[in-house]
Each structure stands twice: as structure tokens, then as C-alpha cells.
Ligand binder design. Structure first.
Ligand code: SAM
Length: 305
């Protein structure tokens, strides 16, 4: 590819370089701000999944003059330093990273949390959408710890099959949830941005980092939500207590002393996947495959047919 062909094909790529932004993504945040006035009154912000740092550049310029630490940027990858931006290198789905971010905002909450995180896409849409949703939920979990009431959360979202489930989850915490597609985001991409304004968690909600996502170790109590986010559905058992116990084995002899008579299934399975194995077994031919190349020379013709 020639030095200018990408500049020709992608105007935002070219403009980013000309305007000193580290990535073309800067325009997405700028266009979202044009529409939603995201930076109005904002003095403290968190940029999750920030590298190479163009959103942090925008944030530090827009809410600049506040001194170091008013923008906290987090990414798996190292990022070149930016004035007024405190950097944390870590995985936002890990408890240790989340704790480090939260610590920084203790007693002094943030006005805005943004997340432009994207997993390494595999090309398998369901997997990519799932991974993206996990990233968004990890970001939301962190946001519930650091946002002040009325604060704003903006996160990249893939408009996949289950996106409405994510909107519902976001709506539990924000009075307004919108899906926005800036001009600088390619039409060919399923990427968009959830713009969630008016942080307003349910009454009695206590943020809990271990639920639902940030601790992947298995624990039987894992995912047990508490407080207003927990919904208890009735558990009902049916059938008389004197009915047969489905976990027990019962003798075949009948209570009246008559002999047990086998009854074939009412409707046997039609062409089950194990049929071939059953047929081979009946013929005594269900054995490990013998490959001709493994046989001593001259014995191939004697293999069972
Ligand atoms: N907003 C950035 C900018 O303007 O420069 C671009 C972000 S880039 C599209 C996506 C970033 O997400 C990558 O730098 C990647 O390292 C980061 N990322 C992906 N998964 C992450 C995770 N679990 N924790 C932290 N960062 C993650």
C-alpha cells in the first residue's frame, strides 16, 4: 500500500493525523459530544480501554486545566503519557484493575465514564458480540462504583442479536439510554455507542464488584444478586409425594407377583446419531479404526469389511 492510499480512503484517518489525534476514534467522541453535550460540567472522567489515547486526549482538552488525575485512562496496553491523564495499565474485567480505578475516585466521584473497548475480533459474530457485551458490563460495573448521581456513561456496543438485553440492563441504572452512531463510525461496522445519562441506581442498590462479572473464580454463591437487583421467582414442586421418585431404581417385579414384560418405546427415535455405532456393534465391528498404512505389508486384504 502506498504512503497516501489510506489517507485517500479514510478521511477521518487523515484528519486525525492532521489534527494531532492519536487515532481516528477521537472524532467519534467529539461527534457524540456535539450531539449530547457530554462534557458539560464535567471535571472528573474515566476513559476505559483508552489506548492509544485519542479519547483521553479529547477528555484532557475538554475538561483540561483541572490538574493531573482528573482523567484516569485504563488499558491492557501501555500508552504514551498525556498531560493531566493518570494511567493504569490493566484488564478492566479483572477485580484488581477495577479496585485500582475505584480507589482513585473514593470520596470524589466521576461525572463521566467512557469505554471504547473492543475485544480482538474473531470473525465469529456470536463470540465477538458476547465478548463485547462482557467488556461493556465490566465497564458498567466499574461505573456503578465511581459515577456520581446524575453522571453519564458512554460505551461502545455491538448492535447484535441480543442488544436489547443490554439496553434493559443499562436502563436499570440510567434515566436515559440511547444508541448513537457517529458519522465517523463506519456504516459497515455493527459498532455504535450506548449513551446513558442520569445515573440513578435503584433505591437500596449497593455496588458490588464481585457481582456479576469481575471475579471469574467459581463460587457457588457467585452471581447471587442482592438488594433491589435481585428478583426471587417462586419455586414450585408438582406431583403427589406418594408418586415415584425419579432418582430411585425400582425392582422390575410387579407388586401383584406377575412377571415383568418388556414394552418397546411408543415411538423409537428416527435415525438417531448413534445408529451407525449400534449397527456396527451388533455386527461385532465397533472397534478402533484400522488404517491400511498401519498394517504389516501383505495383510491389508485381510482387514474386516
Ligand atoms: N478509544 C481509544 C482511542 O481513542 O485511542 C481506542 C480504543 S481501541 C478501539 C480498543 C482498546 O480496548 C484497545 O486498546 C484494547 O487494548 C482495549 N481493551 C480490550 N479489552 C480490554 C480489557 N479487557 N481491559 C482493558 N482494555 C481492553
Amino acid at each position: 500500500m502506498g504512503r497516501t492510499s489510506k489517507d485517500k480512503r479514510d478521511v477521518y484517518y487523515r484528519l486525525a493525523k492532521e489534527n494531532g489525534w492519536r487515532a481516528r476514534s477521537a472524532f467519534k467522541l467529539l461527534q457524540l459530544d456535539e450531539e449530547f453535550q457530554l462534557f458539560q460540567g464535567v471535571t472528573r472522567a474515566v476513559d476505559l480501554c483508552a489506548a492509544p489515547g485519542s479519547w483521553s486526549q479529547v477528555l484532557s482538552q475538554k475538561i483540561g486545566g483541572q490538574g493531573s488525575g482528573h482523567v484516569v485512562a485504563v488499558d491492557l496496553q501501555a500508552m504514551a503519557p498525556l498531560p493531566g491523564v493518570l494511567q493504569i495499565q490493566g484488564d478492566i474485567t479483572q477485580l484488581s484493575t477495577a479496585k485500582e480505578i475505584i480507589q482513585h475516585f473514593e470520596g470524589c466521584p466521576a461525572d463521566l465514564v467512557v469505554c471504547d473497548g473492543a475485544p480482538d475480533v474473531t470473525g465469529l459474530h456470536d463470540v465477538d458480540e458476547y465478548m463485547q457485551a462482557q467488556l461493556l458490563l465490566a465497564a458498567l460495573n466499574i461505573a456503578t462504583h465511581v459515577l456520581k448521581p446524575g453522571g453519564c456513561f458512554v460505551a461502545k456496543i455491538f448492535r447484535g442479536r441480543d442488544v436489547t438485553l443490554i439496553y434493559s440492563q443499562l436502563r436499570v441504572f440510567f434515566s436515559s439510554v440511547l444508541c448513537a452512531k457517529p458519522r465517523s463510525s463506519r456504516n459497515s461496522s455493527i459498532e455504535a455507542f450506548a449513551v446513558c445519562q442520569g445515573y440513578d441506581p435503584p433505591e437500596g442498590f449497593l455496588p458490588d464488584l464481585t457481582k456479576p462479572l469481575l471475579d471469574h473464580s467459581y463460587d457457588p454463591d457467585f452471581n447471587q444478586l442482592d438488594g433491589p437487583t435481585r428478583i426471587i421467582v417462586p419455586f414450585v414442586t408438582c406431583g403427589d409425594l406418594s408418586a415415584y421418585d425419579s432418582d430411585r431404581s425400582y425392582p422390575l417385579d410387579l407388586e401383584d407377583g406377575s412377571e415383568y414384560k418388556y414394552t418397546p418405546p411408543t415411538q423409537p427415535p428416527i435415525s438417531p446419531p448413534y445408529q451407525e455405532a449400534c449397527t456396527l456393534k451388533k455386527k461385532g465391528r465397533l472397534a478402533k479404526e484400522i488404517r491400511p498404512q498401519d498394517c504389516p505389508i501383505g495383510t491389508v486384504d485381510t482387514l474386516p469389511q
